[in-house]
Ligand binder design. Structure first.
Ligand code: NAI
Length: 338
């Protein structure tokens, strides 16, 4: 018997292989970068998700260990591991949802854009695999800088002739999760009762919380608005500094990624009224990509919602966000088309 029977190329002794094929219910999900700081807790939470029947864990290092470990959990999803580029195609074939947290994270003093040179190439390679092996899958892109990696992915898919803007979603859920938490703290509420739309993008001033649209309805003093906006925009840096060189947000990000992936799967299943913020192809502003609330359905982001009424503070923030976003989007597009 192989020591790690869940890895690609090995087989598990079973009487029937219906589970190995995923059965008829449940979705097939791949995580690319599954052995990383985000990848591992994300893989664990997806292994616990009842909507998942098959979970493929791909990384260029350490996926055998993570796979063996998670495969012993007595939850429904069948876990299979894939190691290195030669196994990328097997990891992707037949997937309904591909979650991508592959790439290097920030260290203190770095911006997300400083990651561009390394992560752009990683995202390009992985998305070429998606275009070839599961062109109809929904893609949840986590790798930073999201403001540039989503345009990169779009260009890769266009080149391959598989681009469907509804299926490519940049994950900005952590900004919403942070905003809900910090706003709840200020208001003295349970964060589960608070919903803060966060629009724009996923870096610095492009992260634009719409505090005038918080649910339940409430108002903030100018001091609270400044404090909350700054803290939400710099939430990632707060973690990077506290980790002091050991990486960026991983646990809260895995939580946020699962919250978003679960919403995508419920949409795929046909549930009604699934609305989340995400960075998508958009006509809400003059920019080709923008994060707003989107409605998730059987074909991905089926409706992209308008910004809604903004106050003066938010209108100023929107202009700043758009200026920075325009450059980041262009940089991503140019990486493929130049
Ligand atoms: P990490 O370094 O702990 O893990 C990254 C994993 O990706 C590693 O296991 C590495 O082996 C793997 N990897 C590298 N090249 C690969 C390739 N070509 N194919 C497959 N896997 C590959 O980093 P961490 O903390 O998990 O962060 C991952 C990414 O997520 C970073 O780019 C980070 O900036 C981003 N991030 C995004 C957030 C968001 O809100 N969208 C929030 C936090 C982080």
């Amino acid at each position: 018997q192989p020591l790690n029977p869940q890895m690609e190329g090995s087989s598990v002794l079973r009487r029937a292989d219906c589970r190995a094929k995923g059965g008829s219910s449940g979705f097939k999900v791949a995580i690319l970068g599954a052995a990383g700081g985000i990848g591992q807790p994300l893989a664990m939470l997806m292994k616990m998700n009842p909507l998942v029947s098959v979970l493929h864990l791909y990384d260029v290092v350490n996926s055998p260990g993570v796979t063996a470990d998670l495969s012993h959990m007595d939850t429904g999803a069948v876990v299979r591991g894939f190691l290195g580029q030669p196994q990328l195609e097997s990891a992707l074939t037949g997937m309904d949802l591909v979650i991508i947290p592959a790439g290097v994270p920030r260290k203190p003093g770095m911006t997300r854009d400083d990651l561009f040179n390394i992560n752009a190439g990683i995202v390009k390679t992985l998305c070429e695999g998606v275009a070839k092996c599961c062109p109809n899958a929904i893609v949840n892109l986590i790798s930073n800088p999201v403001n540039s990696t989503v345009p990169i992915a779009a260009e890769v898919f266009k080149k391959a002739g598989t681009y469907d803007p509804k299926r490519l979603l940049g994950v900005t859920t952590l900004d919403v999760v942070r905003a809900n938490t910090f706003v709840a703290e200020v208001l003295g509420l349970d964060p589960r009762e608070v919903n803060v739309p966060v629009v724009g993008g996923h870096a610095g001033v492009t992260i634009l919380p719409l505090l005038s649209q918080v649910k339940p309805p409430c108002s903030f003093t100018p001091e609270e608005t400044n404090y909350l906006t700054n803290r939400i925009q710099n939430g990632g840096t707060e973690v990077v500094e506290a980790k002091a060189g050991a990486g960026s947000a991983t646990l809260s990000m895995a939580y946020a990624a699962v919250k978003f992936a679960d919403a995508c799967l419920r949409g795929l299943r046909g549930d009604a009224g699934i609305v989340e913020c995400a960075f998508v192809a958009s006509q809400v502003t003059e920019l080709p990509f923008f994060a707003t609330k989107v409605q998730l359905g059987r074909t991905g982001a089926e409706e992209v919602f308008q910004l809604g009424p903004l106050n003066e503070y938010e209108r100023v923030g929107l202009e700043k966000a758009k200026e920075e976003l325009a450059g980041s989007i262009q940089k991503g597009i140019a990486f493929i088309t130049k």
